[in-house]
Design a protein around this ligand. Sequence first.
Ligand code: GLP
Length: 240
Amino acid sequence: MAEVIIVSSENEAGAIVADEIVRLIRANPETVLGLATGSTPLPVYEALRRRLEGVNVSRVRGFALDEYVGLDPAHPQSYRSVITREVVEPLGLAPELIRTPNGSLDGIEHAGDDYERAIVEAGGVDLQILGIGTSGHIGFNEPGSSFASLTRVKTLIEQTRHDNARFFDSVDDVPMHCITQGLGTILRARHLMLLAFGENKADAVAGAVEGPITASCPGSAIQLHPHATVVIDEAAASRL
Ligand code: GLP
């Protein structure tokens, strides 16, 4: 059972997760962070900006959860660009130590295995930040994903493409495919911290935290993890 913390604001949630990250980095300057994109983790990165001033982050390593397939890495909405803009640059992390799955079509067939190997070689993820999609997805593991899955290419469902259309000119510009850490990859992280805000996440949160453990709600995989923390606002908690 995950620990659930209900907060009164996104900033409060960001501070809770950021405090834990700073504690880890102070204890181990080679901490390996699992980074997430989307709107939800932004308060964490914002809170980290102030807290990491004066902390040595030059050896912190990071692995993003996912990436679009076939989108130019220089595209402003590629997760490589997003992580660079929202995490690496503002926090002063070393760009060469922060990885995103390689979504280029060239070599896509071994990109998943390469990524898994890199995570293992780094010693595994110490703390994985997670958001959750309205479909219950974590990373881009849509309903039906195996709990044993590792990093691989997946097809995005219509609901997710629609949800993410706000980052593009239109839904037609949202890529059809992604490469995402699997649920098995995510479950190997030593600590999961899942955040969610707003009423539109309430069903996904209820499924993840209290629903049956089922591939129909990929977020329910967190119930299998020995150290999972869920940090949510009252609206996202409203169906618990
Ligand atoms: C995105 C990402 C997920 C994210 C989720 C929720 O598409 N691939 O990692 O957690 O969907 O996004 P948001 O936080 O913007 O609601």
